[in-house]
Design a binder for this molecule. Structure first.
Ligand code: AHR
Length: 515
């Protein structure tokens, strides 16, 4: 039996979770849109072609903001192709994913879908093949009330009222050689600041996110953020971060330690952004938008899993099937995000349906929850409130996380990953939610929690995600093989509690204030 101690104090907070921390991402990629959330003719589809079964699962998942239309796709996208009469929209080759884009679903359909799903739309502009003027035109088309060519065009297309899209991304992963028209930090910084100016002239209420590095293992990471922010600091509110956790080496302990690298990544980006602020004697703080994060590796490297020959429409690519082990690492990532709630004020799980997604569908068939669905839904449901600065006393282990760059073998050490990874959120009304990952694969863990500054607590909901087989997955035939079940053995005395966590388990304990 492993032992851990957690000390919390209601007054010692990291920050309040912004609702946008619980976002997700829809890209024109594989079957995310077509055959995913949009499938006219599907038995559950409504008149707009939105799959009702998917919408129901999205509501249960609980995302708050949705990034669109890419991803790599956006860097070659003409937004005009996706608006206006559907029969007149062009089919285009998509060089990001070597597919054919039919454009039957575009910005207006996306905004309608967001309204149906009750999420805030977030749009990205193309700063690959296009530039500042088109980005400004896109904002004008979406957000200007009327009386100009572009805003009246939107009205002619059937959307009388402006969409009021607040959050805009200035391109995507512009440092990545795979990106259509990738740029150096200087080139991108210049184009981003000019796009930002025009976009904000078109609508002064918008918020703008500059692209950070496409990953911490990029050779330009750090220098990229610094240069880009030197150009954009005054014109953006956000800088983006992307991370995909992997288990390429089939090393479960290191995989479960890898979310700790997200903590380091976040803290490094904060340091760089604040250093840029310091050099300008500015009290402004750039916030972090972790607008792509997930587990992704099986379908990342092999080209046949990413590209299907013959330029098909909506090919089944990047359809990662997630295991319990993936859900545990994913839960660790949720904890990393929560524990930086003061600066990570927006995050998007990449992606939503079929493509590295919590929701899977069969085209023409059912939809089901992948293993990673559960930690996300629980984080969105119970993670609202003040994240507490937890003092955790628990033994750690050394890990070595693999994240190759090109042909180079790279290992990132995590010298001491505590077996217990935990986030604590003080909820409205005196309640407390605990998110706890037991990273010990062999041993059960007893966790004693002292929650100072809370009244008498009573058990609300308590669940555990575990399975005898770390590789267990949910499939169409077995959609509920991995799902949360009741966590037993929790003892509460006032504001002290004792939890029993199974080996290799993700646990969520919600406590309510006793009246
Ligand atoms: O989410 C899949 C892809 O990963 C996105 O298109 C891109 O931004 C990232 O490299």
């Amino acid at each position: 039996m492993r032992k851990a101690k957690v000390l919390l104090d209601r007054n010692f907070t990291i920050g309040r979770t912004d609702p946008r921390l619980f976002g997700a991402f829809v890209e024109h990629l594989g079957r995310c849109v077509y055959g995913g959330l949009y499938e006219p003719g599907h038995p559950t589809a409504n008149a707009k072609g939105f799959r009702h079964d998917v919408l129901e699962l999205v509501r249960e998942l609980g995302p708050t903001i949705m990034r669109y239309p890419g991803g790599n796709f956006v860097s070659g996208y003409n937004w005009e192709d996706g608006v206006g009469p559907v029969e007149k929209r062009p089919k285009r080759l998509d060089y990001a994913w070597f597919s054919t884009e039919p454009n039957s679903f575009g910005t207006n359909e996306f905004v309608d879908w967001c309204r149906a799903a009750k999420v805030e739309p977030m749009l990205a502009v193309n700063l690959g093949t296009r530039g500042p003027q088109d980005a400004g035109y896109f904002v004008e088309y979406c957000n200007h009330p009327g009386g100009t060519a572009l805003s009246d065009l939107r009205r002619q297309h059937g959307w009388e009222n402006p969409h009021g899209v607040r959050f805009w991304c200035l391109g995507n992963e512009m440092d990545g050689p795979w990106q259509t028209c990738a740029k150096t930090a200087e080139e991108y910084g210049r184009i981003a600041v000019e796009a930002a100016k025009i976009m904000r002239w078109a609508d002064k209420t918008i918020e703008l996110a500059a692209c950070g590095s496409s990953g911490r293992s990029m050779p330009t990471f750090g220098a990229w953020e610094d240069t880009v922010l030197q150009h954009c600091f005054d014109d953006v509110e956000w800088i983006s971060l992307h991370t995909y956790l992997n288990n390429w080496k089939d090393d479960a302990p290191s995989f479960l330690a890898s979310p700790d690298l997200m903590d380091a990544f976040i803290e490094e980006v904060i340091a760089i952004a604040d250093a840029v602020a310091a050099k300008r004697r500015s009290s402004k703080r750039i916030m972090l938008s972790f607008d792509e994060w997930n587990v992704w590796y099986r379908t990342r490297r092999p080209r046949e899993n990413r590209v299907k020959p013959g330029w098909p429409i909506a090919p089944p690519i990047l359809e990662e099937v997630y295991s319990l082990e993936d859900a545990l690492a994913f839960g660790g990532a949720c904890i990393s995000l929560l524990n930086h709630a003061d600066r990570v004020r927006c995050a998007c799980l990449a992606q939503l349906v079929n493509v590295i997604a919590p929701i899977m569908t069969e085209t023409g068939g059912p939809a089901w929850r992948q293993t990673i669905f559960h930690p996300f839904a629980q984080m969105s449901r119970f993670g609202r409130g003040d994240v507490l600065r937890a003092k955790i006393d628990c033994e750690g282990y050394a890990a070595s996380c693999y994240d190759p760059r090109g042909t180079q073998e790279l290992f990132y050490p995590v010298p001491a990953a505590p077996y217990l990874k935990l986030a604590a959120v003080a909820n409205e009304g005196g309640g407390l939610s605990l998110f706890a990952l037991n990273r010990d694969l062999e041993r059960e863990m007893t966790v004693s929690v002292e929650a100072r500054g809370f009244g008498k607590l009573a058990l609300g909901e308590a669940s555990v995600l575990m399975h005898s087989d770390l590789k267990a997955t949910n499939t169409k035939a077995h959609p509920e093989r991995v799902k949360p079940v009741r966590l037993r053995g929790t003892r509460i005395a006032g504001a002290s509690l004792r939890l029993k966590l199974a080996p290799a388990s993700w646990n969520v304990v919600q406590l309510v204030a006793e009246k």
